[in-house]
Design a protein around this ligand. Structure first.
Ligand code: MG
Length: 334
């Protein structure tokens, strides 16, 4: 490709589009499934039960400390499969590109997507590109389907959650939300905080065969509080979180204090919230802490019978209700 920026012609079906696909996308994503001229690809059979998930990704800026849209899109889909007990095998990738996007940046983002996909053992089996007119897109949107094969032996489902169960988190909350906020420099704030954008496949794998593991979810938009609300609503029980136990980095806390945000509602992109039977909680904590990405894992609360709501037990000994999120404090974050 010789152009510096994406032109509408890169979406017109002709030479420019062919060069974009072969010279950029295929160069990074090439594999035997993708490298065919067929309209649809026959996937090799999977060993276990097949799981599928889909997500669309948009983030401003497209590159931020600790990550970028390319790897974020892989992590988002891998993590949804991982917490459901599956290993990722195949992706589809649909890229909606805005006219005017720098080709060099697109190249970096797709290279990052490809590297993250490889690191998680999955290949892009089908892909598509579209170009939209200038000002009609945020530079780049990625829509990704993930196909995985079930590897967990333990059944994971919210209905298995019971009063007395422990709630765990695999690491500090709110890093992604604050890192992206700082990268936007919209509040005149800057800092060294990095997004937690990462695959949780290793953490999930360490938990999969643990008897007593009930349920896992990766907190993304809406953060820890939103996952807690989903659990409360589905089970009919209260989720009581211990403020002193929930890991929050100092920098995240400072930014939240300055801007009036609550870290429990801020997006994570590389964490797991798990619910485990009381007798399994310490074992899960030990397994997570034995991994580099789980070194800051904590038991952060428990399920209490009846009255579906989310409570935060404060360090002063009080209890406050964490309401369900209404207004997204940070749009276009993942
Ligand atoms: Mg999820």
């Amino acid at each position: 490709m010789t152009e510096d920026r994406i032109l509408l012609a890169h979406g017109n079906g002709g030479r420019f589009m062919r060069e974009l696909i072969t010279g950029l996308f295929a160069r990074h994503l090439s594999n035997p499934l993708l490298d065919t001229d067929a309209d649809a690809v026959r996937l090799p059979g999977l060993n276990g039960e097949t799981l599928v998930t889909v997500d669309g990704f948009t983030v401003q800026p497209l590159e931020f400390p600790g990550g970028d849209l390319g790897s974020l899109a892989v992590h988002g889909v891998v993590n949804d499969l991982a917490v459901a007990g599956a290993v990722p095998r195949y992706f589809t990738l649909s890229a909606i590109i805005e006219e005017g996007l720098e080709v060099a940046q697109l190249d970096r983002l797709i290279a990052s997507f490809a590297a993250a996909a490889r690191a998680n053992g999955a290949a892009v089996a089908a892909g598509d590109t579209k170009v939209v007119r200038r000002s009609e897109g945020g530079g780049l949107y990625l829509a990704v389907t993930g196909i995985g094969e079930r590897a967990a032996r333990t059944e994971l489902a919210m209905r298995r959650i019971a009063p007395g169960d422990a709630v765990l988190v695999s690491g500090p909350v709110g890093d992604h939300g604050v890192a992206v906020m700082l990268a936007r420099e919209q509040f005149g704030l800057s800092g060294a905080l990095r997004s937690d954008s990462a695959s949780v496949l290793g953490l999930a794998r360490a938990a999969w065969d643990l008897p007593g593991l009930r349920f896992m979810r990766d907190p993304t938009r809406g953060g820890l509080a939103t996952v807690a609300h989903e659990i409360a609503r589905a089970t009919g029980h209260a989720v009581a979180l211990d403020q002193a136990a929930v890991p929050v980095r100092g920098e995240v806390e400072s930014v939240c204090e300055m801007l009036g945000y609550d870290p429990y509602y801020l997006a994570c992109e590389g964490r797991i919230v798990a619910v485990a039977a009381p007798e399994a909680a310490e074992e899960l904590l030990a397994r997570w802490r034995a991994l580099p990405e789980g070194g800051e894992a904590q038991i952060i609360g428990r399920i209490e019978a009846g009255n579906p709501r989310v409570l935060l037990e404060t360090e002063l000994g009080g209890r406050r209700i964490l309401e369900e999120l209404e207004d997204d404090p940070l749009p276009r974050i993942c």
